[in-house]
Design a protein around this ligand. Structure first.
Ligand SMILES: NC(=O)c1ccc[n+]([C@@H]2O[C@H](COP(=O)([O-])OP(=O)(O)OC[C@H]3O[C@@H](n4cnc5c(N)ncnc54)[C@H](OP(=O)(O)O)[C@@H]3O)[C@@H](O)[C@H]2O)c1
Length: 330
């Protein structure tokens, strides 16, 4: 069986949508000029959608799931990578239109890969994962819009989730006063240990509110969308910025132009999937410096490949705390 390896493959069959571990070969992977021995992947909300079929993520079948991975280059037809290079890949259509990271091997285009910066090993890279890298894209957006630690409180919504946890840690390390919005009181100690100054109940933000409210936030990292995002916009202070990256509470957004035209608020959209290479390398370089790795370990659980099948429905129900690393070889 040396030529085959394990992968979580989603398929549409007469029995409906099925994801399971299969033994596959390189010829079942998408095209690319670099083959990687995958070390780790992670579990993200989007993976939950793809593995369960609850969201239309996979664009063709069968599809190897997993939207990210870290690993070591096994062979390369690209001058940019050589065997032994340690690399990371987030997004770029993995598990959508390109076979993904829930497999012991991946074949990808060299332009999709980022070499790991010094200080980030294969496991830490996936402790960070797409969630952490997206959180850093959000932090960079706040910085680029001039929101600094001295400007006042910064709100993180969906704070106990993967993106939220990393956003809280990084912002706190950078000196921001972080207010963490969560629906789980049991995570308050955890969020404070990551550096949150205060935790608030997410119900205070989740109902439809007035379009223009008492200003409180200098900046916001929003992973929830819907009324939560509308309320965050309505409560953002003059010149503030809201970095919107998620839809854990829903994809809708019902708001008015008032925060934009009366307070100069900026709504910064964050996409990690097609983010250009320059943004990726900047985010990874900053994560190496600004994410406290000890805090990262505290928010991380490592599971074997088959456990993904069990956890995928749980992450959709908001039952997963922090980051889940998938050891694809276990
Ligand atoms: N734009 C991008 O490129 C990008 C990249 C990665 C992720 N995302 C998106 O970002 C979001 C978070 O991803 P993640 O990986 O961090 O997922 P996650 O670990 O499941 O975290 C999501 C968190 O949102 C909160 N939440 C869940 N259901 C909610 C609801 N109905 N109303 C309000 N809050 C709710 C929960 O936090 P509490 O328990 O603390 O309330 C949950 O832990 C997802 O929507 C994901 O699709 C986008």
């Amino acid at each position: 069986m040396a030529d085959t390896f394990r992968a979580i493959v989603a398929n549409k069959t007469d029995d409906g949508y099925v994801s399971k571990i299969e033994q596959i070969g390189l010829d079942q992977l998408s095209e690319g000029d670099v083959v990687v021995d995958v070390a780790y992947s992670t579990l993200n909300y989007k993976d939950g959608l793809a593995v369960t079929g609850k969201g239309k993520i996979c664009e063709s079948f069968p599809m190897v799931c997993g939207i990210d991975f870290s690993g070591t280059v096994a062979s390369s037809d690209s001058a940019d990578f050589k065997p032994g290079d340690q690399v990371v890949l987030n997004g770029y259509g993995l598990s959508q239109n390109h076979s993904g990271g829930y497999a012991e091997k991946a074949r990808v285009r060299s332009g999709m890969l980022v070499k790991l910066p010094d200080g980030v090993d294969l496991k830490s890279a996936m402790a960070v994962g797409t969630a952490g890298y997206t959180a850093m894209l959000c932090v960079l957006a706040l910085e680029k819009h001039g929101v600094g630690p001295k400007d006042g409180e910064v709100l993180v919504t969906g704070a106990a989730g993967g993106v939220g946890s990393v956003a809280v840690s990084v912002l706190a390390k950078l000196g921001y006063t972080v207010v963490a919005s969560t629906g789980r009181e049991s995570t308050h100690d955890y969020l404070k240990s990551l550096g949150a100054a205060e935790c608030i109940d997410r119900n205070t933000l989740s109902e439809q509110g007035k379009p223009f409210q008492k200003p409180r936030w200098a900046g916001v990292v929003d992973t929830v969308g819907s009324h939560t995002l509308a309320n965050a916009l309505a409560q953002t202070k003059y010149g503030g910025c809201v970095a919107a990256c998620g839809l854990a509470g829903g994809p809708d957004l019902s708001t008015t132009v008032l925060p934009f035209i009366l307070r100069g608020v900026t709504l910064a959209g964050i996409d990690s999937v097609e983010a250009p290479m320059a943004a990726r390398t900047e985010a990874w370089a900053r994560l190496a410096v600004d994410l406290p790795m000890d805090k990262l370990n505290a928010m991380t659980e490592t599971v074997p490949l088959e456990k993904v099948l069990e956890l995928a429905p749980e992450i959709l129900k908001g039952q997963v705390r922090g980051r889940v690393i998938v050891d694809v070889n276990a």
